[in-house]
Design a binder for this molecule. Structure first.
Ligand SMILES: Cc1cc2nc3c(=O)[nH]c(=O)nc-3n(C[C@H](O)[C@H](O)[C@H](O)COP(=O)(O)OP(=O)(O)OC[C@H]3O[C@@H](n4cnc5c(N)ncnc54)[C@H](O)[C@@H]3O)c2cc1C
Length: 534
């Protein structure tokens, strides 16, 4: 590896002001106003970023890739690097160069009639939303809970939003990709010069290649089509609360059935008492006082304290937020159908609020008062404000397995995962994204940095337990990518053999994001890279 020669070449390509020889500056502003690269919540293994390079055109990306091959310098790609809870902008391999695409932030097209956009990797959800608002377009985009991340990075990670288009990867349509040898490829109908259907028809003629570039290290995505929804004429937000822990089973069973029947179209977001208690403690000094030293998440909050705060505040065990979108005539009928179904769930309380556009008009996202999470597609960074990368801040890591859409199986897993988390003196915070045929069951582990040493053990314990139940994560922190990939065991690891063969073939020098999702060249020596083989 000839790092110095690469950096000199990179300065000639992007300008010296767009090369950070030290990773302490140049990244888009993040937690605590920091412009440093890296993981704001670093765990036990070293994943320090090396220097960073920031191209702003596709040609510059191609030239950087060619230079990286010439000098055998691997680069870790990020679009905005805001992958908080999964490693931020930090690489798997300690000191890898960061290829930061945040300066490539052009919105190439927004099409109101067919409800899609084509964006470069640096475009944030906030930027796309503001552009739609500025142009007064009748469109509702789907955004994650924190809006400063990129549409491209979030979608490639199979990130989740809260509107009808919440499974972002399912709404991606067409990509432009720089390949590991510097060649440039378009997928789907983008294979045709000036295609009019590139962002409309996600198939193509021949094999679908888009999937190869999700959660992988096979290319650098430089443009992406993303589809969303026309603004509705009416919107009803619904909150369902249930009193007891075990009510999770009928609550979830009812919700997934309503989704499969297309009565509810956005994925209900489900959270429990602990989330409500944290929110209350941030608003109410009296509650913070009751939590006392436990309020800093250094240790597990005792059950009797949780019960005490719950009974003072009259908290339910579980809450589910979801919504109805569409013409006003349909809203009342759908709402009645939802209420009728929840009458069968003992103790369920349903509250709702409807917003209607003026006759002949459509509702703008900003006309709806905001929900706990952005079901009307208005991005914000409010949910990031509770966190700080400082040594006395609140840190966060996600454990995110995919479960079947069954309340019974979710409850069984929840009880086991909660016990494992509490046995490690940490707190289980439920963040369940309920879809028609699966549930992304996120255990949001929030912790005081002094508890960091326990994070590695709890994640391994959770992974091992989920494996017994046949579950795998949909996404994971950079520290756990190899261990998670090691659970892809069908036919003696056929998936891993194929991904390695592909990597060796298209990226023989291993210059793109080594170790991403546990994908390495066959020649990579994991021990030499300071990683455990699992
Ligand atoms: C409190 C909190 C709430 C959150 N809520 C949500 C939520 O609701 N939904 C959700 O999905 N996430 C959520 N997150 C996680 C995270 O903040 C978002 O997913 C965020 O959008 C990811 O950052 P990014 O878009 O900047 O992606 P990046 O960090 O830029 O990219 C993520 C990864 O994708 C790959 N990648 C990125 N760009 C490219 C490219 N151009 N070519 C090839 N590979 C690339 C890289 O491996 C990179 O590490 C939350 C985090 C926190 C702390």
């Amino acid at each position: 590896m000839q790092l110095e020669k690469f950096l000199t070449a990179a300065e000639a390509i992007v300008g010296s002001e767009n090369v950070s020889r030290e990773p302490t500056s140049g990244a888009p502003e993040g937690l605590d106003g920091s412009a440093a690269y890296g993981d704001p919540f670093p765990l036990s293994r070293p994943h320090r970023p090396g220097p960073a390079v920031r191209p702003d055109t596709v040609d510059q990306v191609r030239e950087l890739v060619r230079a990286a091959n010439r000098f055998e310098v691997p680069m870790w790609t990020v679009s905005r690097g805001k992958n908080l809870g999964y490693g931020g902008s930090a690489p798997v391999v300690d000191r890898n160069v960061i290829l930061d695409l945040h300066r490539m932030n052009k919105i190439i097209e927004i099409n109101e009639e067919y409800a899609y956009a084509i964006v470069e990797p640096g475009v944030t959800f906030i930027q796309l939303y503001e552009e739609i608002k500025k142009r007064k377009l009748n469109l509702w985009i789907s955004v994650p809970a924190i809006g400063w991340g990129s549409v491209v990075g979030n979608t490639l990670e199979r990130g989740i939003g809260y509107t009808q288009d919440a499974a972002h990867y399912k709404h991606q349509c067409g990509m432009e990709v720089v390949l590991p040898d510097g060649d440039l490829l378009r997928t789907g109908m983008g294979v045709v010069e000036d295609s009019k259907v590139w962002p409309l028809y996600s198939g193509g003629f021949g094999p679908g290649l888009d999937g190869l570039f999700f959660q992988s290290n096979y290319g650098i995505v430089t443009k992406m089509g993303i589809q969303f929804s026309p603004a509705p004429e009416a919107y009803t937000r619904i909150l369902v609360e249930v009193p007891e822990e075990q009510d999770l089973a009928p609550l979830v069973g009812t919700m997934t059935d309503l989704m499969r029947r297309r009565i509810v179209a956005n994925p209900p977001q489900l959270y429990g008492r602990m989330t409500l208690i944290i929110g209350a403690a941030r608003r109410d000094p009296e509650i913070a006082k009751i939590l006392g030293e436990h309020g800093n998440f250094a240790r597990h909050i005792p059950h009797d304290l949780i019960s005490k705060v719950s009974s003072i505040l009259g908290l339910p065990a579980w809450c589910a937020d979801f919504a109805l979108y569409g013409p006003p005539e349909a809203q009342a009928g759908l709402l009645e159908a939802v209420k009728r179904r929840f009458k069968q769930v003992k103790g369920a309380k349903v509250t709702h609020e409807t917003f209607n556009a003026m006759p002949g008009e459509y509702l703008r996202s900003e006309d709806v008062t905001q929900d706990f999470l952005p079901q009307s597609g208005v991005p914000s960074i409010d949910h990031a404000l509770a966190f700080s990368s400082k040594e006395d801040g609140l840190w966060h890591n996600c454990y995110s397995p995919v479960l079947p859409p069954s309340g019974r199986e979710l409850y069984e897993w929840y009880v086991r995962a909660k016990k494992i988390t509490e046995d490690h003196d940490l707190n289980f915070l439920a963040d369940f994204h309920v879809f028609d045929r699966y549930i992304i069951s996120i255990n949001l582990i929030m912790f005081h940095p002094s508890a960091k040493a326990r994070l590695h053990d709890v994640q391994y314990a959770l992974m091992e337990d989920s494996k017994k139940l046949g579950y795998l994560e949909y996404r994971t922190h950079i520290s756990f990518m190899d261990a998670t990939a090691a659970h892809q065991t069908f036919n003696n690891g056929a998936f891993g053999r194929f991904t390695t063969m592909l990597k060796d073939t298209i990226d023989p020098n291993g210059i793109l994001s080594p170790g991403k999702q546990g994908i390495w060249n066959s020649t990579a020596k994991l021990e030499r890279l300071g990683l455990e083989e699992k």
